[in-house]
Design a protein around this ligand. Structure first.
Ligand SMILES: Cc1cc2nc3c(=O)[nH]c(=O)nc-3n(C[C@H](O)[C@H](O)[C@H](O)COP(=O)(O)OP(=O)(O)OC[C@H]3O[C@@H](n4cnc5c(N)ncnc54)[C@H](O)[C@@H]3O)c2cc1C
Length: 618
């Protein structure tokens, strides 16, 4: 138990139990990413790299051409940043293009695009205007169309989905002023009326993207608790709420460091009557619905990150070749050259992760929970670094606003705006820290589920004995299998030699990761769940191995198609990734250093270091 747990253990336990109840427990199919944590890098699950069918690609190509032309002719992203408004003609034009119904099935008037094509479109829009990308994405990655498509009744679908084809906008409202990552403390309530036909909604929702312009909002609210085995269990339920309903109030438009064009704010529900038939999925299923919607929803972020990274690559390339300092183009100085290499190789990995997970999401037999979380975490962290390095390469011009550069008559790439816009991606749709916890929970699950009956005081002795025998038999077989594995398996044999070498590394590092995880399980048992410093390292290594695997599979496909130098990009990415993996493995044993750092954190909180906050204006 970590040092902070002494005070908050009961609270934390309740939050964990609450989140646990909403977790999907059934794995429908093998997950490559999850297997990596268990020492089984089964490359056949992502190789050959999945490709779009010719028909699907054509539909995507045609739409992308249209929306690109529309955006270039009608939208000035710098003006959106300056004025804080996306012009009305852009909303109307996007609606006419069906951009608010990209994934809505054709039978409801939508475009009927796959997740892959949808992500291609979001990738393009994100490379041009962050605010417009978030308008479209909050509406249909997490807003009403997505949960309705997944869980809506036929009546709900035929009532609401056609509205989006006409340009209606939606939003998703989970966060509240005191409810961020932990939804258990939710205060918004939905109380059934006496006749049971309606619910009366009361409460406030914060940072609801599109909330100020939405026609309908997917709202999470507390419905009456249930008693399960003598214990009161809170119920969160998802409702479709029409914003024209009496009692819906817009309180405040929030403004942020970036994304100046988004209409996001604090909204309030004052006795809003919502019909019972507007419940999505079922009473008490709201948190599960939110988590399941986010599984696919957060896949927009890798696509957006890849689009932004490619734009950065373009700016960094042109500027590094053109800007002369100390007698040569800056791109020829090694420090800048290494940044260029980082940007190019990591953009390649972002592309690989994006298209791999997009295709996986369209394959209904796949379980993409871990893949989506890993892709979200990896891509938002990497794209932030890429944007930062691009600004560094641009030097002072990177820090200057695009409109100021434009007024001076020089290249006016809006790098500072992009950096401001991209930062939020590490926070929304699950912060990087929460992604760590989510991935770690799933990675540990096979071990925890075996060990739990042994630790519980409520388990009868006989059941404990059977669980112990089963566990011993499982580990006696599993653990020795984590050693060895030096023969190149058949699925790797056709790969270019460089990629084969990297994939052999992934195989052995995955086994080492499983061993390290197991050793930590033996040492800490169930307490490992709260050892975030160890878990974070485990997740970081798994994430790197997943990105390496995606990059190798993607490069193998491009190589086959004649793009031989894709192998160079994958190889440089893998070299960098391997360095990070080795450093993290090395760090893994340094728990004493963690302890010292955690002691400092406790002292910071108890104001022991307040003396350092001197001679500043507070
Ligand atoms: C621009 C923007 C758009 C948004 N859009 C929407 C939207 O459309 N709908 C919606 O419902 N919400 C939206 N949000 C809210 C967003 O999802 C939350 O900001 C996010 O979930 C984090 O919650 P929080 O900001 O309250 O941070 P907190 O939960 O208070 O966390 C603060 C910090 O502590 C860390 N932390 C918290 N708990 C743990 C833990 N157990 N272990 C380790 N670290 C932890 C977090 O990672 C974070 O770094 C939006 C926010 C912004 C800024």
């Amino acid at each position: 138990m970590s040092m902070f747990d002494k005070n908050i253990s009961q609270e934390k336990l309740k939050s964990l139990e609450f989140a646990e109840a909403a977790r999907e427990q059934e794995w429908k199919s093998p997950s490559y990413a999850l297997n990596l944590f268990h020492g089984n890098a089964d490359f056949t699950l992502l190789h050959p790299f999945p490709e779009q069918s010719a028909e699907e690609k054509k539909a995507g190509d045609e739409y992308i051409e249209k929306i690109e032309k529309f955006l270039k002719e009608n939208l000035d992203p710098d003006e959106v940043d300056r004025t804080g408004l996306i012009p009305d003609k852009v909303y109307k034009g996007l609606a006419a293009l069906g951009a608010f119904a990209l994934k809505v099935p054709k039978e409801y008037g939508g475009m009927g695009f796959s997740q892959y094509n949808y992500n291609r479109i979001m990738h393009l829009v994100s490379s041009y205007c962050g605010s417009t990308a978030v308008l479209l994405s909050a509406h249909q990655s997490i807003g009403v169309p997505q949960p309705l498509k997944l869980f809506g009744t036929p009546e709900q679908k035929s009532k609401y989905l056609p509205m989006f084809a006409q340009g209606a906008i939606s939003a998703f409202a989970l966060t509240e002023p005191s409810v961020g990552s932990d939804p258990r403390k939710m205060l918004t309530t939905a109380v059934p009326t006496e006749d049971g036909k309606h619910y009366i909604l009361n409460g406030e929702k914060l940072w609801c993207t599109n909330g100020l312009i939405a026609d309908v909002i997917a709202v999470m609210a507390l419905t009456p608790s249930k008693t399960v085995r003598g214990k009161e269990v809170k119920q969160i339920t998802a409702f479709i709420v029409e914003t024209k309903s009496p009692g819906f109030e817009k309180i405040h438009r929030c403004s942020f460091m970036g994304l100046h064009g988004i209409q996001i704010g604090l909204i309030r529900f004052n006795n809003v009557m919502v019909p019972r038939e507007n419940i999505i999925l079922g009473e008490g299923e709201g948190l599960k619905l939110a988590l399941m919607t986010l599984n696919t929803g957060r896949l927009t972020l890798p696509a957006a990150s890849a689009g932004i990274a490619k734009w950065c690559l373009y700016v960094a390339r042109v500027w590094s070749g053109k800007r002369q300092q100390w007698g040569s183009p800056i791109g020829e100085h090694e420090a800048v050259a290494l940044k260029l290499s980082y940007i190019a190789s990591h953009t390649f990995a972002l592309d690989a992760v994006t298209w791999l997970t997009s295709a996986m999401a369209d394959d209904k037999h796949r379980d993409i929970r871990i893949e989506a979380a890993v892709a979200k975490y990896f891509s938002t962290e990497v794209s932030w670094k890429i944007a930062d390095e691009t600004l560094q390469i641009r030097g002072g011009s990177g820090y200057e606003s695009s409109s100021s550069l434009r007024q001076r008559g020089v290249d006016y790439w809006p790098v500072e705006r992009v950096l401001r816009d991209v930062r939020i991606n590490r926070i929304i749709e699950g912060t990087s820290e929460i992604m760590h916890l989510f991935i770690a929970r799933e990675a540990l699950d096979p071990h925890l589920s075996k060990i739990k009956p042994l630790l519980s005081g409520r388990t009868p002795i006989l059941v404990k004995a059977i669980a112990a025998v089963k566990m011993a038999a499982y580990y006696a077989f599993w653990y020795p299998g984590l050693w060895g594995g030096f023969i190149v398996p058949s699925e790797l044999q056709g790969l270019p030699p460089a990629l084969q070498g990297h994939m052999m590394y992934v195989r052995s590092a995955s086994r080492r990761l499983a061993r390290v995880t197991f050793h930590n399980m033996v040492i800490y048992q169930q307490k490992l769940e709260s050892k975030q410093s160890i878990l974070n390292r485990i997740v970081d290594i798994g994430t790197e191995l997943f990105a390496m695997s995606a990059a190798c599979s993607y490069a193998a496909m491009l190589h086959k198609q004649g793009q031989a130098n894709a192998v160079d990009l994958a190889s440089v990415f893998c070299n960098e990734s391997r360095k990070r993996v080795e450093a993290t493995f090395k760090d893994g044993g340094c728990c004493n250093k963690d302890k010292a750092s955690l002691r400092i954190a406790r002292k910071v909180l108890s104001k022991e270091f307040e003396w350092m906050e001197n001679e500043i204006i507070k």
